[in-house]
Structures are given as C-alpha cells and as structure tokens.
Design a protein around this ligand. Structure first.
Ligand code: MG
Length: 263
C-alpha cells in the first residue's frame, strides 16, 4: 500500500468527543455481553440484546448488513461478531450456536451515532476454562495494553505493531497477519492499517500524531498464525484449529498521549 493511500484522517477535539459517545455505547454493550455469557445461551440471544442496547441508545449497529463485497456471500446479518474457540473473527451469531462450559467467545461490537463510529472487542471465558485458554486470554489482553502503552506523541505506527508481536511471541503464541487494526472515524474502516506484527515488505510505518484515532485489535493464536475463511464467507478460523483470542479498543492520540475511548 502506498503511503498516501494509508494517510490517517485526523480528528478535531469535537469529533473525538462524538467518538467518545459512540465508544461508550460499545463499551456498555460489551459489559452486557460479559453478563450474558454462560453455558446454555445462544450467540443469537446475545446478538439480539446488543442490538437492542445499541438502538435503545439512539445508535446504529455498524456490523449489521456490512457488505461482504462478494456477490456469492450475503451481507453480515448481525450486530455482533461472535467467534467461538478456534474461530478468530467475523463469526455469525446463530440460534443453534449454544455456548458450552470451557469454551471461549470473542465478541466484536461496533456502533455509530451522530456520524461517528465506535469499535471494540473482548474474549470471554464460558464458565470454567482450561489453563491454556486462560493464559491466551491474559496474554492477548496484555498485548492490547502494551500496544496502547507503546503510543507516544511523535512515536511511530510500528511501535504498536511491535508491542503486540513481542508480547504474543514471548509467550509462545502467534499474531494473525491476514487481519489488522485500522483508523476509525466517520467510517468504521479508515486508513491507516494497524498490523499486529512488523513487516519489512509492506510499508506500514508512519509517524503517530495528535488527532489520529485507531482501532487496535490484536488477534492471537495458541498455534500458528495462518487463518482460513469458512464456507459461510465470513467466519475466519485458525488453520490448525488452535484457540484464538481477540481484544480491541478504539484509541485516540492526543497531545497528552493515548486515550482509550471504548471504556
Ligand atoms: Mg475493528
């Protein structure tokens, strides 16, 4: 990608304030998800409750009817992405998908209000989960925190990428490469791309500066980083069927450093 195509769209303080509102709705939705996740509940039931919360707040769910960009694949049918165990992202909620103790579920939520977007994701344990799954959740959350902590005014985009990659790999895990974080604002997906790894081949580097708003979203696998897409055209899963976790915050860069908006 050429650097000018990847140039961030800087936000004013007034725009960032609107993004605080959108992201607070997303954060509330994820707290509701955390309360609801338990053995026996379907992913469709969680989706319905989140859609009600978002619409009740006067916002619009960003993922509902998100275009697939492929005439063979229907647009995304739900308000959350619900990805269980070895599913990485973009899982479709279903009435028949009943959560079971010991599973992990990654839930991604997006909402738009007053012209501005919020986007965040979290992975939750379903009941008691095994030691490896617990470690995956702890490490992936730590990857997100260390990425945010790496943001400095006058820093570089690869500070974020490198922090995620180091945190995941020092714990023996891998970061997904095929999907990346992104700028966010009036559109959910804006430049720049925010990879969770450092690549010399692709020109991902740029200075960080006040007014940038980024959705930072490490996707971490216990096994290899390779992923595949299911026959439904949406659900992304690990090629080796190892467990995967996904934690995401929308983060504004201000003159004072990083501010997490999705809390
Ligand atoms: Mg995102």
């Amino acid at each position: 990608m050429r650097q000018d195509h990847n140039r961030p769209i800087l936000k004013t303080e007034a725009e960032i304030e609107k993004m605080r509102v959108a992201n607070k709705i997303v954060a509330r939705a994820l707290r509701l998800v955390e309360e609801m996740v338990r053995p026996g509940i379907s992913t469709a039931e969680i989706d319905g409750a989140v859609e009600n919360l978002i619409r009740g707040a006067g916002a619009v769910p960003l993922f509902k009817n998100y275009p697939s960009g492929n005439s063979e694949v229907p647009d995304f049918p739900a308000s959350i992405c619900a990805s269980v165990d070895y599913e990485v992202v973009h899982g479709i909620p279903k009435k028949t998908r009943i959560l079971q103790a010991g599973q992990i579920i990654s839930v991604d939520v997006g909402a738009k209000i007053d012209g501005y977007c919020g986007d965040a994701a979290w992975t939750f344990p379903v009941g008691e989960v095994g030691k490896k799954a617990r470690k995956l959740l702890t490490v992936t959350e730590e990857c997100l925190r260390s990425a945010i902590a790496a943001i400095r005014p006058n820093g570089r985009l690869y500070d974020i990428s490198g922090a995620v990659q180091r945190c995941a790999e020092k714990n023996g895990f891998s970061v997904v490469r095929q999907f990346v974080g992104h700028g966010i604002g009036a559109e959910m997906h804006e430049p720049p791309q925010v990879p969770n790894y450092i690549s010399r081949k692709e020109n991902y580097d740029m200075p960080l500066g006040a007014g940038m708003v980024l959705a930072i979203e490490p996707m971490v696998n216990i096994g290899g980083y390779e992923v595949l897409t299911a026959k439904d055209g949406w659900t992304v899963f690990t090629r080796d069927r190892s467990l995967s976790a996904h934690f995401e915050h929308t983060v504004a860069i201000t003159a004072n450093g990083a501010e997490v908006l999705s809390v």
